[in-house]
Ligand binder design. Structure first.
Ligand SMILES: O=C(O)[C@@H](O)[C@@H](O)[C@H](O)[C@H](O)CO
Length: 352
C-alpha cells in the first residue's frame, strides 16, 4: 500500500509538493481540470449549486507531453512521483458522454492523452463517466467542533441545460435541456469508451480508473447515473477483462450508497481481483438521500477494517485522503488534510 496525496490544479506548487511529502506521501494524484474557472479558487473541493465554471481547452499546455514530463520531474525533485491524473476535462469528451457527433474525434484525443501519460511514467488516468458530474453538495458547520464540512440533503432535480456536462460549461448555454435517457444507454456509452481506450491504455502501460457516482443517486439532474449501488462496481469490471479496466475506489461514496452490496464485501472483492488503481479515503455519516462528511475517526466507516481488507489482498495501489472537514485556523484545508494524513499513516503503521 502506498500513501499518496491529491492536489487540485491551482495547488501544483513546490510548497504543496513539500507539504505532501512532509505529511508522509510518496505519491501524488493530480487534477488538471480547473474546476474554478470563472470563480475564485479555494483549496476546498468545489461545491455549491452553480456550475463549477467553464470547461478548459484540450489544447491547454497542461495536457501536453512536455508539461506532464516536467510535472513528474518537479515531483521527483521533492521525493514524490505522480501516480494518477484525476478526471478528463469536459471539453475533451463531452460528445463521448453525450453520444454526440464529435465523439470519434474526441476519442482520438483521449487516446493521445493516455499515450502522453504513459510516456511521462504516470500509471493511472482517473475518470468519472457521468453526465451530471459531482453536483448538489453543500457545506455547513456540521462536523465535530462545528468544523465546516460537505453535506447532501436530497438529489438535485433541475434539468441540465444544453451546453453543460459534468457540471461545467463546454459551450454557451442553449435553450433546451439534456433529455432523460435510460441507464442501459449510459452503460452502452461507457462500453464504447472502454472498448476504444483500453487497448491504447494497455499499450501505454496506463490503467483507466473509474470513480463511482458522487453523490450516488440513481438519477441526478434528470440524467441516469452509473455506479450508485455497491454491486455495480462488478458490473463495470465485467465489461472488459483487461486489468487496465480499473477503479478509483471511493470509500466515502460507497458508504453513502443505498441498494445491494456492502462497502467491505465489495472492497474485498474488487481488491482481490486486483482492479483497484487507487483509493479515495474519507468518512461519512448517513447515506443518500442525506449524509454528511466527517473526520476520518468519527463516521460510519471503520477505517481500520478498510485498511485491513486492502492489506489482506496485497493491495499495491495508492491511498489518498479524499476531502476532509476544514479545521478552524489560518490554513483550514491544509490543517484538515494534515490531520487526515497523520491518521492514515498511524493506522498503516499499526498494521505493519
Ligand atoms: O473534490 C474532489 O476531490 C472530489 O469531489 C472528487 O473526489 C470527485 O468526486 C472525483 O474527482 C470525481 O471523479
Amino acid at each position: 500500500m502506498k500513501l499518496g496525496f491529491g492536489l487540485y490544479r491551482h495547488q501544483l506548487t513546490t510548497e504543496n509538493f513539500r507539504f505532501a511529502r512532509q505529511c508522509g506521501a510518496q505519491w501524488l494524484v493530480v487534477h488538471l481540470v480547473d474546476y474554478f474557472r470563472g470563480h475564485r479558487a479555494t483549496d476546498n473541493q468545489p461545491v455549491g449549486e452553480d456550475a463549477w465554471g467553464w470547461a478548459g481547452d484540450p489544447d491547454d499546455p497542461v495536457w501536453s507531453e512536455e508539461f506532464l514530463a516536467q510535472l513528474q520531474e518537479q515531483a521527483e525533485k521533492e521525493g514524490l512521483r505522480i501516480w494518477a491524473i484525476e478526471n478528463f476535462d469536459p471539453s475533451m469528451w463531452y460528445d463521448i458522454l453525450l453520444d454526440g457527433p464529435r465523439k470519434e474525434e474526441q476519442m482520438q484525443f483521449l487516446q493521445e492523452v493516455i499515450r502522453r501519460l504513459g510516456r511521462a511514467g504516470i500509471a493511472v488516468m482517473g475518470y468519472n463517466f457521468s453526465i451530471a458530474g459531482v453536483v448538489g453538495r453543500k457545506t455547513g458547520p456540521l462536523a465535530r467542533g462545528q468544523a465546516e464540512t460537505v453535506f447532501v440533503d436530497g438529489p438535485d432535480e433541475r434539468p441540465i441545460p444544453d451546453g453543460m456536462v459534468w457540471n461545467m460549461w463546454y459551450r454557451e448555454r442553449g435553450s433546451g435541456h439534456i433529455p432523460f435517457f435510460p441507464h442501459d444507454e449510459l452503460w452502452r456509452r461507457l462500453k464504447w469508451f472502454l472498448d476504444r481506450l483500453i487497448p491504447v491504455a494497455e499499450e501505454a502501460g496506463v490503467k483507466l480508473a473509474a470513480h463511482p457516482d458522487d453523490p450516488p443517486f440513481p438519477v441526478l439532474r434528470q440524467t441516469p447515473r452509473l455506479i450508485y449501488e455497491p454491486w455495480m462496481f462488478q458490473k463495470l469490471i465485467d465489461l472488459h477483462p483487461s486489468s487496465a479496466n480499473a477503479l478509483e475506489f471511493c470509500v466515502g461514496t460507497t458508504a453513502e450508497m443505498q441498494g445491494d452490496g456492502d462497502l467491505y464485501d465489495v472492497l474485498d472483492s474488487c481488491s482481490r481481483q486486483g482492479r483497484i488503481a487507487y483509493i479515495h479515503l474519507r468518512n461519512v455519516k448517513g447515506k443518500i438521500p442525506s449524509y454528511q462528511e466527517t473526520f476520518l475517526d468519527e463516521g460510519d466507516v471503520e477505517v481500520r477494517k478498510v485498511l485491513q481488507i486492502l492489506q489482506k489482498n496485497n493491495f499495491d495501489g495508492v491511498i489518498i485522503p479524499d476531502h476532509t472537514p476544514l479545521l478552524s485556523c489560518a490554513a483550514p484545508w491544509h490543517a484538515g488534510m494534515a490531520y487526515a494524513m497523520g491518521y492514515i499513516r498511524a493506522m498503516l503503521q499499526s498494521l505493519e
